[in-house]
Structure formats: structure tokens, C-alpha cells
Design a protein around this ligand. Structure first.
Ligand SMILES: [Zn+2]
Length: 318
């Protein structure tokens, strides 16, 4: 993407499970059947951790929900392939044409794929290109305890219990986990979206792993470190739109948005070519005025559900 490195946000989070958490390893292990948490070995000891891919999936799902709430139909249904129309059930009629950007985003260059993708794919990626957002595995700084829970088999037709069908599941309770999030070459609305996700995790609104309907999976985070890095010193907060050439703005269809009053940044720390700005103490207040950027992007974005008339229009335009 862009073949340049211009700006980046790096956020460290500490995750504390509020409820027991189960992220299934999906295969039988020495701990039992497949209802056990993921683990690895570190210094000869078994360590339970939350894989970055699971965390990323939970965050993506949450951002899709926020976007659909703000502007119905402005994000795609990522697994909905237009060629399999009819064979895949569509959650709601208004999303009948919200085919996944990974299947239908048009163009052969990263710039046109990016320009034609919905907000969530622009951030988290699709089958056609990697996103701007990444998150690593969350390893424990304080070990959780492993506990067993009983489950009762439910008959899917009657909703009653099935006699003799019991299963064990192993869950993680307590502990603290550390993870790092990164957003490279961010647009201002993407930084706003990142902050929305961080604030919802601070308030324990986002759940991870399996068994959410049985009260598993809520986590609460704190944000010990929030850094913005630019390749050149800037005095005020800038996003990709302010940092690239007019040709790049138009090729990538970058969103032209700035806050009414510029957001001043603290004095940077030089690190080679990079200039780092530490917003750890007060990022949520300092960047609060960015929040409307996300809704504004949804309202104006190039992505529109692939209704027959929009497709004709796009084809006519290109
Ligand atoms: Zn999409």
C-alpha cells in the first residue's frame, strides 16, 4: 500500500478478562477434547495466550456493527461472494447486494482496490489486499487460571436438553495479557475508528472467543502507551490525506477531512528519521474531536452496496 511509510499509530494494551474466556484451539490436546484454550510453550512452561487473529476478528466484527448502526449498508458482508448469490443466506434484506469487497472491489492496482473498498476492508483488509491495522498475540504478564465448566448438550430442534450428552469446556479465568496494535499510513477517520474500538474495550463492551451467549468472553483493557510517529516533524495532527501528493489523494480516494480546530501535538522525540509523539496520558480527550470523522467517511465513501444501478454507474465511470 502506497509504497511509502508516512505515519503510524502504535498502541500497547493490557487486557484483563472480566468473564472467563475461551478461545478454542480447535484440536484435541493433552488437556482434553477440542474445547480448550490456545496455548504454547515458553521457557519450557505452558502459556495460554489470545491469538492476534482472534482479537483482530473480534475488533473487525465490532467496527462492522458500529458502521452498520451509523449508516446501514455502508460496509460489506466480507464472506458474501456475488458468484454464489442465492446459495448463501443473507442476514437482512438491506444487505442483499453488500457483496464482500474481496470478491467485487474493482481494479488491478492497490490504489483502485483501496479506493473501491468499504471502510472496514480499508482498515482490516480483504481477500485482495492487507489492511492498515495489525494486532499481535496477547501473552500473559500475569498467568490466568484454567478452570472447567460443564456444558449440557442442547437439542437444536426442540431446544431441550439431550439426556446423556454432557461436555467439558476449559476456560481461562483472570490474568493479564499484553498486546500491541498498529495502524500504518492512517487516514484521520481510521484513527477515529481505532479510538472508538479502544474506548469500547476500555468499557468492556467487546467480547472475544466462544460462548458469548453463556456469559464468556468480556475483556477490559487499559492503554499504557499510545504513540504517533511521522516521518517528518508535524506541529498538528495530520493523516494520510495531508501527507501525500494530490495525485495520490485522488488515486486512493483519501478522505478529505480535518477537525475544525487543529489538534496540537506534544514535542516529538527524534528517533533517526522518525518523529515520535507520546499521547499516552490523554489520548482519548486530545483526540475526541476526531470521532465525527468516522461517520463522515461512511457518509461520503466511494463504497456503495453493489446495487445494479451503482454497478452500471461505476462501470460507466471507469
Ligand atoms: Zn468491505
Amino acid at each position: 500500500m502506497l509504497r511509502k511509510w508516512l505515519c503510524q499509530a502504535d498502541v500497547k494494551i493490557t487486557l484483563e478478562p472480566v468473564d472467563p474466556v475461551l478461545i478454542k484451539s480447535g484440536y484435541a490436546t493433552i488437556d482434553g477434547a477440542d474445547m480448550v484454550p490456545v496455548s504454547t510453550f515458553k521457557d519450557g512452561k505452558r502459556v495460554y495466550y489470545f491469538p492476534g487473529s482472534s482479537l483482530k476478528g473480534a475488533l473487525r466484527g465490532h467496527l462492522e456493527r458500529i458502521a452498520r448502526t451509523l449508516h446501514p449498508g455502508r460496509v460489506c458482508v466480507p464472506y458474501y461472494d456475488d458468484k454464489k448469490r442465492g446459495s448463501i443466506p443473507i442476514p437482512v434484506p438491506s444487505e442483499e447486494h453488500s457483496y464482500g469487497c474481496g470478491y467485487v472491489a474493482s481494479g488491478n492496482t492497490t490504489s483502485s482496490l483501496y479506493a473501491n473498498s468499504c471502510a472496514v476492508c480499508r482498515m482490516f483488509g480483504s481477500l485482495k489486499f492487507g489492511g492498515r491495522f495489525s494486532i499481535g498475540d496477547a501473552y500473559p504478564s500475569e498467568n490466568p487460571t484454567l478452570e472447567s465448566r460443564d456444558g449440557v448438550g442442547i437439542n437444536r430442534f426442540t431446544g431441550g436438553t439431550v439426556p446423556g450428552v454432557l461436555f467439558d469446556l476449559q476456560v481461562l479465568v483472570g490474568g493479564k495479557f499484553e498486546a500491541e496494535l498498529r495502524l500504518t499510513n492512517f487516514e484521520l477517520w481510521q484513527l477515529a475508528a481505532l479510538n472508538l474500538l479502544l474506548m469500547d474495550m476500555e468499557d468492556a463492551i467487546i467480547t472475544i472467543g466462544s460462548g458469548r451467549s453463556r456469559g464468556l468472553g468480556r475483556v477490559r483493557i487499559t492503554v499504557p502507551s499510545y504513540m504517533l510517529t511521522y516521518v517528518r516533524a508535524v506541529h498538528q495532527l495530520e493523516g494520510l490525506h495531508q501527507l501525500v501528493t494530490p495525485e495520490e489523494q485522488s488515486a486512493y480516494q483519501l478522505h478529505d477531512w480535518s477537525p475544525k480546530n487543529p489538534i496540537n501535538l506534544p514535542k516529538p522525540q527524534g528517533r533517526g528519521l522518525r518523529q515520535q509523539y507520546d499521547l499516552s496520558d490523554d489520548w482519548s480527550n486530545q483526540l475526541q474531536v476526531l470521532i465525527p470523522a468516522f461517520e463522515n467517511f461512511l457518509a461520503c465513501s466511494n463504497y456503495a452496496p453493489r446495487l445494479p444501478e451503482n454497478l452500471a454507474e461505476q462501470e460507466g465511470a471507469s
